[in-house]
Structure formats: C-alpha cells, structure tokens
Design a protein around this ligand. Structure first.
Ligand code: NAG
Ligand code: NAG
Ligand code: NAG
Length: 507
C-alpha cells in the first residue's frame, strides 16, 4: 500500500517536472510548403520532448492540407501579397520552361515585403505576444532573418533553423575558395573562374544586404534600444543548418552552428493505400517521379515525353502529377504522394527528381539512386553534388530526348555503382545523424535548458569589419604608409644632400 502511494507521488512529481520543464515555443517558417514541411517535423520532435509548440502558417498553405501538424498549434495568418510561392514560381519554374534564368530579384523583394507585412502588423504581433513564448525559432534564409526583431521586441531568446549556410551571418571564419554558394552548379573543387564568381557573391553580400533592412530594429521595434540587424541576428542561441558533409561538402562551423541536413526525412512508415497494393505488386521495381510540390503540371511536351518513357520501362512508376495516367496499372499518378515512405519501400529502384533539398535527403536516407532534373534555385547545385558523389546522373528535362531519358533512367536503376555509392553514404549519414529531426530537437531543447552562451564566439558580438580584421589591416597599412613615407623622405633628403655636396666639390 505504502509502495503504491509512494509511486503515485513519484509519478505525480515526475509529471509536474515534465510540465514545468516544457517551454512554449513559436516557430516562424518561410511561407513555403517545402520549408514549412521540415520545420513542422522539427516542431513535432520538440513537442515529443515535452514542449508546447506553435507554428505560424499562411492560410493558403493551411488550406492545402499537406502538412502534418499533429500535437502542434497552428497560428494562421493571411499574406496580403497573395500566395507567395505561386508568385515566386512565375520567376523560377515558368522561367525555366521558357528557357530563361531564375529571377532572384523577385525572390528578394517578395520575401522582404513579406517580413515587412508581418513585422508591421500589430494584430500578428499581439497574437504572438499572447502566446507568451519562452523561445522563438526563425527560418535562417537570409531574407527572413528580420523576423528575429519579433523575438527581440518580446525579449525572448531565439534560434535559426533553415537551409542557408551563411558564414557572414554566423560569423564563422570561412574561405570562398572552398564554400560554394548554391546559386551555381559548382562543387567544392572549383576552377579559377568558378572561384572568381563564388568570391564575388560573398564580397557583394558582405558589402550590402539586399534581402533585409539593416535598420530593421528601429523600423519595427522603435521602443527598443537600437541594434544593427546583423548584430541582433548574431545573438541567436543556435543555428541549425540544413546541410551536412555527407550529401554536401565539409564546411567550417562554430559550436553553435550545427550542420544537420535532412530534417524532412526519417524512417519510412508503411505505405498507405492505394499506393501499397501498387508498390507491393511491382516485381520489376518502381520508378518514383516527382518535381516537387510546386510543379504538378508540366508543359504538355515534357509530360508527354515522360509518359512515353515510363510506358516503355520494365518497371512501374509513381508520378506526382495532376495529369491522368495513360495506363493506371503501369503508371500511377497522384497530386500528393507519401514520398518518404515510397522511397523507403523495398521495390523502389530509382528516383527521378527535380532535386529539392527535402527529396534529396529522403533519397539519401533510403539509399535510392537519383536521376536529377533540376528546374530552379538551388536545384542545379543540389543535382551537381549528387552527381559528383556518384549517386546520380543529371538531365535537362526540358531539352533531353525521350530515348536519352529512358537510357539514363535504366542506367541509374541498373548499374551497381550508383546504388553502392548512395548506400554507403546513407549508412554513414544514419550513423552520424540518426533521425535528423530528433537531432535538431535535441539541440534546441539543449539551448532552451542551458542557453547558448557557452558556445558563443567573440566574433558573434563584433561588427563584421572587426571580424574580418579590416580595422587591423587598415591600421597596419596606415603604419606601413607612414613608415614608408618617412623612409622615403629621409632617403630623398639624404640623396639630395650627398648630390649637392658632390656638386659643390666638383665645382
Ligand atoms: C502526439 O502526442 C501524443 C501524446 O504525447 C503521442 O503519443 C503521439 O505519438 C504524438 N504524435 C505525434 C505524431 O508526434
Ligand atoms: C494583420 O494580420 C491579421 C492576422 O493574420 C490579418 O487578419 C490582417 O489582415 C493583417 N493586416 C494587414 C494590414 O496585413
Ligand atoms: C493541373 O494544375 C494546373 C494548375 O496547377 C491547372 O491549371 C491544370 O488545369 C490542372 N490540370 C488538370 C488535368 O487537373
């Protein structure tokens, strides 16, 4: 009896401890399906650790019903500038199919305006304040870093979670000779011309921030002491970057910058019907084809080409598309697919993918070789890193012929080298990162408990010019200039004197 009452007391105490330790966390993802998807994964992993989590999601994305928000509270807001990802796609997806380049200008302005709309909206601010958050998580892409002002206004510690490796923002010592930016299809072994291009991007972004207002604090939090935006951002307790050295390349970091790629992926769940019967019955294997959540309707010439090729393959296919399949027993089409679970299915042989970051990590986790068909933004870079490591072949889906596409899919599906390379990488990745969303939640939980101060580098408290020793270098150049001019003047005077006295003598 005594034992029972004691254990009841212990259980009660334990529950109280769990509840009081749980923090109230608000996550502010970029308003795009792909970003919100992995951020909600991290959010669910945090809730499993006993925290209460709110995620802000624009209403049009909530209406799509493609995100798993179990155990999370969704804070819905409306975006006055419309469905951002659709506007953006006109400058990315549509431009590609017209044979044009990415419209990065549109990308920068749209997201800057988005931050402005949220940060200047008092209703939104009150909504977040009333949650009484203990911790705020901001998307780390450079365009969204202004959202840290919200945390600053509320006096709440914050961290960044997202896909950008931005050493200028983190104040991590780096070299542009070995840290390729994902704007170009370069690897970390760059030619001289590539290093010139890559360095130029770093130089430009250190001189001027195109994606945010450097006076964001005085603009959106005028009641608070002013801080330049870059120094506010550098106060983050932690940065979790969607990158790692297995899929990407080794990059320099600091203790509070954790390179953990792949929070979109994890162990596969059993494939739900009607996919299950289709997958289980595919004795020759399955090709999974997806161009991501933004491309469900390819131009007719491209989708016709893909259908023709898929019909000719010995394998069956699952094609994420809103088009009708010419033969549903051979090709299953669907506007939504349980992609991670399909890639984890034993009959999956190859993944034809646009190489979005999420899908790429899913392929790595489940060791599925890839036919990479990049369309926009970082996808060309992503495709190149997979190709350079022997996990993939790259094609241009707009211009490739049907015969070449078929040959490439068969090559990647059947040649052992691709499967071997990605299987080894997958094993290493799982050993090092386990389930990445849980690893990410572990570190967030850790800094909520202990704070991130012990990992902070002095560089994260300095203006950028001090961090790169510009003041020191200029000072040395100044001293050198003074010494040189003194020596020069003395030498000149000395020579003049000698010359004069010689002239005197000869006279
Ligand atoms: C939601 O929370 C319940 C109770 O803590 C837990 O059993 C369940 O696994 C959670 N679901 C997800 C999807 O995390
Ligand atoms: C401010 O946010 C609220 C809540 O999302 C929204 O209803 C309102 O339209 C927004 N106001 C402006 C001016 O954007
Ligand atoms: C597919 O989706 C696009 C818009 O995303 C739409 O214009 C088109 O009509 C759809 N096609 C079918 C067959 O539903």
């Amino acid at each position: 009896m005594r034992l029972i009452s004691l254990s009841v007391v212990y259980i009660a105490l334990y529950t109280v401890a769990m509840v009081t330790e749980g923090k109230r966390v608000v996550i502010l993802p970029m308003p795009f399906t792909s970003h919100t998807k992995y951020q909600t994964n991290v959010a669910r992993a945090l809730s499993k650790l006993g925290h209460e989590v709110w995620v802000t999601i624009p209403d049009h994305l909530v209406a799509k019903r493609v995100l798993d928000t179990t155990n999370l509270t969704v804070v819905e807001y409306n975006t006055p500038s419309g469905v951002l990802e659709e506007v953006m796609m006109s400058g990315f997806r549509d431009a590609y199919f017209k044979g044009e380049g990415d419209d990065w200008g549109l990308f920068l302005t749209l997201l800057k305006d988005h931050c402005h709309a949220l940060l200047s909206n008092n209703t939104f601010f009150t909504q977040i304040r009333d949650i009484r958050p203990d911790f705020i998580i901001v998307d780390n892409i450079p365009n969204l870093k202004m959202m840290a002002v919200l945390a600053y206004r509320l006096g709440v510690p914050f961290a960044f979670v997202g896909s950008a490796y931005d050493p200028i923002q983190f104040r991590t010592p780096f070299s542009p000779a070995i840290a390729p930016v994902p704007l170009f299809p370069f690897t970390h072994r760059m030619t001289f011309a590539q290093r010139m291009q890559n360095s130029l991007i770093f130089l430009l972004s250190s001189l001027h921030d195109y994606s945010s207002y450097s006076d964001a604090v005085s603009r959106y939090a005028p009641e608070m002491p002013d801080v330049p935006l870059d120094l506010l951002v550098a106060r983050a307790e932690l940065w979790l970057v969607e990158m790692d050295h297995v899929l990407d390349y080794p990059r320099s970091t600091l203790p509070n910058v954790k390179l953990i790629g792949g929070t979109a992926t994890g162990p596969a769940k059993p494939v739900p019907p009607p996919f299950k019967a289709f997958m289980d019955g595919a004795s020759q294997g399955v090709v999974i084809v997806s161009f991501g959540s933004y491309i469900l309707d390819l131009p007719k010439a491209v989708s016709d080409k893909i259908f023709t090729v898929l019909m000719q393959l010995p394998m069956k296919s699952v094609f994420r598309s809103n088009l009708t399949s010419p033969d549903p027993n051979k090709i299953m089409t669907s506007t939504w697919i349980p992609q991670n679970d399909l890639l984890g299915h034993k009959n999956t042989k190859v993944f034809v993918s646009h190489c979005g970051k999420n899908g790429q990590y899913e392929a790595l986790f489940h060791a599925v070789p890839v036919v990479a068909a990049p369309v926009f933004a970082d996808q060309g870079y992503n495709a190149q890193r997979m190709r350079s490591k022997g996990f993939a072949e790259t094609v241009d889906i707009r211009t490739i012929t049907g015969d070449d596409l078929k040959a490439t899919i068969l090559k990647v599906a059947t040649e052992k080298s691709y499967k071997d390379a990605i299987s080894k990488a997958s094993e290493i990745f799982r050993i090092e990162f386990g389930v990445p969303m849980e690893r990410a939640a572990f570190w967030l939980d850790h800094v909520m408990k202990y704070g991130g101060a012990y990992m902070r580098s002095a560089g994260q408290e300095m203006p950028f010019y001090q961090f790169i020793c510009l003041d020191v270098i200029l000072c040395y150049i100044g001293v050198l200039a003074v010494v040189c001019s003194l020596v020069g003047t003395c030498a000149y005077k000395g020579l003049k004197f000698i010359f004069r006295s010689q002239k005197h003598k000869t006279e």
